[in-house]
Ligand binder design. Sequence first.
Ligand code: DLL
Length: 423
Amino acid sequence: MPEDELRELQLERLQATVKRAFFNVPFYRKAFQAIGLEPGDIKSLDDLQKLPFTTKQDLRDNYPFGMFAVPMSEVVRIHSSSGTTGKPTVVGYTRHDIDVWAELMARALVCGGTTRHDIIQNAYGYGLFTGGLGVHYGAERLGASVIPISGGNTKRQIMIMKDYGSTVLTCTPSYALYIAEVMAEMGIRPEELKLRCGIFGAEPWSENMRQEIEKRLGISAVDIYGLSEVIGPGVGIECQAKNGLHVFGDHFLVEVIDPVTEKPVAPGQLGELVITSLTKEALPVIRYRTRDITTIIPGTCSCGRTYVRVARFTGRTDDMLIIRGVNVFPSQVESVLLEMGGTEPHYLLIVDRQGALDTLEVKVEVSDFLFSDKVRGLEELEKRLVSELESTLGISVKVTLVEPKTIERSEGKAVRVIDKRKI
Ligand code: DLL
């Protein structure tokens, strides 16, 4: 859609969303009234800035259904987010919401390189998590053949992948890596499979991790983004250019703000992604603070899509570790580890406090071929890793090399950090 037409559609949908929220959700009515704002004040897309933010805490405070804008008789599906702390956030969908979501996911799958001739092995978890059913409905809408295998039981995954000739794998990047590892253990080479494409998301992963997965599985891998509070997977996805994720602007408005000043940052600058839903009925969200860190990529994409692009995610503001005043993201560590070689992409960051001083330990698995090597080789690897990590992160780091296959594998979202300061 030409950009000016898209903007017109966005304004029309924004105004409808603001009205829906104001008249149907007491939380929004109160928030608007507190700053003397009425739905009629939203006259242009720039007026988005006048609207109040919504946070995860707001959803929690209205647990479970207080943010819904429709009576329960119109809600046909409930999902919830995998909150690690406090109550999970609960999200609802009307029949129309489910329909839109299926359409968006079908669109996302196509953008990521899937067609109706594909056999999609959907290894995202089915259940309250939005990954499984989100991809499932999109795959059916597209007309592809979907295998609803869900996460786990990795050997069976591989057997099915081989026997049924799955061509597309959908799961978290950390699980894709684990599948590749088990495949290698079973003596199955990527050439023996029909797999050609992977649509991975639900957690941060680095560009180096993409290359590693692509190599090990012999596929092309794209990044897909979404969050339950906004709809689930299908908010944005990379196209074949693999240069940023296209956000489906006819359904979501995005801003990137400085999380402290709450003002928009310039394109190309990192900040927190804020999303406003434009078509959601059951749970409209206005300026939802995702806590996900990215930047808007200026310019147009070679694929021709006019949607705004955001860069692959650096992490979440709440995953950002502040160690001796320095900001550290697990994805920075991942990038270095994969760049250096000699280790496996399985790692853990352990943060602790000794006296007044914060410490960072990076536990990483040594590659098989090195593990049986002489002690000297390992010592050298450790030294190189320490020096590279310290120069990238700007703080001192302890590296602990551990035996292959000793760090817990993930079948869903990987846990990369243990922060003992919080325990
Ligand atoms: O993870 C939805 C999803 C399912 C996305 C399948 C993609 C594929 P939640 O469980 O609510 O929903 O978690 C949302 O996961 O705020 C991000 O912090 C993180 N996340 C999701 N996709 C990506 C990505 C699903 N591609 C939270 N890169 C979000 C980095 C991601 N982080």
